[in-house]
Write a protein that binds this ligand. Structure first.
Ligand SMILES: NC(=O)c1ccc[n+]([C@@H]2O[C@H](COP(=O)([O-])OP(=O)(O)OC[C@H]3O[C@@H](n4cnc5c(N)ncnc54)[C@H](O)[C@@H]3O)[C@@H](O)[C@H]2O)c1
Ligand SMILES: O=C(O)C[C@H](O)C(=O)O
Length: 323
């Protein structure tokens, strides 16, 4: 049946790469609900026709289009304002995120080459693990072709913040929506550094509570991997966190003031070239990166451990592209 042309509704164009996966499907659904999205491109190497047909029946504004396989990657990316990447393999029990490097590094490199060619100005939200290395990989790919803009490349560490807010709220007996815990560093084990001295609303936690919370936040991913007994890692909470983070990027692009979230970005906050901390999002992507603020002795010790591991993960990502 011929249809009347859709009126060009205002909004942003968003692509999800890896859209048929455990994260990709619920994330695609959440982005379809976001009123700031006018066009939603769903790309994967499998199953996108079904996911696209399904999601396209939702009576929300965004127009949904599906793209299947490498030969359709360029069409999926052309004209996009934000590209969200949850493509790649997840962990199984006993694995570290770094064990995913060999497969996911190549996937991220190929996808970023497509972004550099087809939507070099897009904001990139990188979810694929190991994030501590895949963000440096993306940066190197963009540098190679001359499109690198550090303001537009963000490693998604929002799930660490979501978990921290939840676990801290549980201990304090508060509504998690009222709790704000900065989580800095990176996204793996000891590189995940919750700054519990800076929790809002301000509170005092006992040393036992601090040990318990730090350990639970740093190992939240492993908690889910083990509970799923081989069926993958966090997907639903991650889709929620990714949608929340993408919404912050969209509100920044729209020009909203005071949009601040934690993300793993090119940074001068420490001596490392990449580090997660609070950033202010705006029309250009990252408009300001905030310093860590006052740390207590426990957090300073955690920071040293985090930096040591991060340095190696960053170098591994850089070397993968420069080799
Ligand atoms: N940053 C975070 O906080 C965070 C949280 C959870 C998971 N992750 C990571 O996200 C990734 C995806 O997890 P998942 O549970 O959705 O995995 P999944 O296996 O369920 O889905 C991954 C999807 O990626 C697709 N894919 C594979 N190669 C591709 C390519 N070359 N191009 C496009 N798509 C491709 C697969 O077909 C699949 O549909 C993993 O690396 C996981 O470790 C990160
Ligand atoms: O733990 C994982 O492997 C997935 C993700 O990074 C998470 O934190 O849940």
């Amino acid at each position: 049946m011929d249809c009347r042309a859709k009126g060009g509704s205002p909004g942003f164009k968003v692509a999800v790469l890896g859209a048929a996966g455990g994260i990709g499907q619920p994330l695609a659904m959440l982005m379809k609900i976001n009123p700031l999205v006018s066009v939603l491109h769903l790309y994967d190497v499998v199953n996108t026709p079904g996911v696209t047909a399904d999601i396209s029946h939702m009576d929300t504004n965004a127009v949904v289009r599906g793209f299947l396989g490498q030969q359709q990657l360029e069409d999926a990316l052309t004209g996009m304002d934000i590209v969200i990447i949850p493509a790649g393999v997840p962990r199984k029990p006993g694995m570290t995120r770094d064990d995913l490097f060999n497969i996911n590094a190549g996937i991220v490199k190929t996808l970023c080459e497509g972004i550099a060619k087809c939507c070099p100005k897009a904001i990139v939200n990188l979810i694929s693990n190991p994030v501590n290395s895949t963000v440096p990989i993306a940066a190197e790919v963009f540098k190679k072709v001359g499109t690198y803009d550090p303001k537009r490349l963000l490693g998604v560490t929002m799930l660490d913040v979501v978990r921290a807010n939840t676990f801290v709220a549980e201990v304090l007996g508060l509504d998690p929506r009222e709790v704000d815990v900065p989580v800095v560093g990176g996204h793996a084990g000891v590189t995940i550094l919750p700054l519990l001295s800076q929790v809002k609303p301000s509170c005092s936690l006992t040393p036992t509570e601090i040990d318990y919370l730090t350990d639970r936040i740093q190992n939240g991913g492993t908690e889910v991997v083990e509970a799923k007994t081989g069926a993958g890692s966090a997907t639903l909470s991650m889709a929620y966190a990714a949608a929340k983070f993408a919404d912050a990027c969209l509100r920044g692009l729209r020009g909203d003031a005071g949009v601040i979230e934690c993300a793993y970005v090119a940074s001068t906050v420490t001596e490392l070239p990449f580090f997660a901390s609070k950033v202010r999002l705006g029309r250009a992507g990252i408009e300001e990166i905030y310093s860590l603020g006052p740390l207590n002795e426990y957090e300073r010790a955690g920071l040293e451990k985090a930096k040591k591991e991060l340095a190696g993960s960053i170098q591994k990502g850089v070397s993968f592209v420069r080799k």
